[in-house]
Design a protein around this ligand. Structure first.
Ligand code: HPA
Length: 234
């Protein structure tokens, strides 16, 4: 047990999928894993462990934003020995060629700040995905009938953004989408020598103001789970 995860030693797999929403963790575990058991209920941040094609897998909610994700990722890596962490989540599109429902594989994650900012002081550290996972996820994503984009994203600290000028600069510099967790996940993975990737569905668009209809969210989420699991065990 850690402060935020109630699982016993050995109850967390080396491969962990991390949706922001704990109910998504439950849905994904019930839908894709076998021999599933709930291993965490602390604060309602549900976590499940089961197997996929015989491989042990944990699906643990991260909560929203980098401070929340940082708590779970730190404990998963440092206390439970997680070696592969894949965020599965949503993002806002920031380029005209990035459409609602498309999948973005985040090669890098720019930020203004992460919970790790204090370590780097004046340095602008560049958080990046694990290449093996990125490469494998691209091959898996190519099997789906969705648009795929690989490139830089922006991990923001706010959903309700008051800096349209900053978003304009992100778009101008090729950033594909905005979410709120990947940069800290990549930074922690680098620090502890483990693998990380963010697989993101475009759920809304900053320029067109379109949003993914509720009925499409489950299918998009299912695609991400399959891509993440396929990439983890390629
Ligand atoms: N902004 C930040 N995070 C997000 C968004 C957004 O527009 N969409 C999904 N996650």
């Amino acid at each position: 047990m850690t402060i935020h995860i109630g699982a016993k030693p050995g109850e967390i797999a080396e491969t962990v999928l991390m949706p922001g929403d704990p109910y998504r963790a439950r849905w994904a575990a019930e839908t894709f894993l076998k021999d599933t058991r709930c291993v965490n209920q602390v604060r309602g941040m549900l976590g499940y462990t089961g197997t996929w094609n015989g491989h042990p897998v944990t699906i643990q909610g991260s909560g929203m934003g980098m401070p929340s994700l940082s708590i779970y990722a730190n404990e998963l890596i440092r206390d439970y020995g997680a070696k592969t962490l894949i965020r599965i989540g949503s993002c806002g599109g920031m380029q005209p060629q990035v459409k609602i429902r498309d999948i973005i594989l985040a090669m890098t994650a720019s930020t203004l700040s992460t919970p790790s900012r204090g370590i780097f002081k004046e340095l602008n550290y560049a958080p990046c995905a694990n290449w093996e996972l990125l490469h494998a996820a691209y091959a898996k994503a190519a099997e789906k009938k969705v648009g795929i984009h690989v490139g830089g994203i922006y991990s923001s600290d706010v959903f309700y953004d008051e800096r349209p000028d900053l978003n304009e600069q992100m778009t101008r510099h090729g950033i594909l989408g905005v979410e709120m967790e990947a940069a800290e996940l990549y930074t922690l993975a680098a620090r502890y020598g483990v693998r990380a990737l963010a697989v993101l569905t475009v759920s809304d668009h900053l320029q067109t103001h379109e949003a993914l209809p509720a009925e499409d969210r489950e299918r998009s989420f299912g695609d991400m789970v399959e891509i993440a699991l396929g990439a983890a065990f390629s």
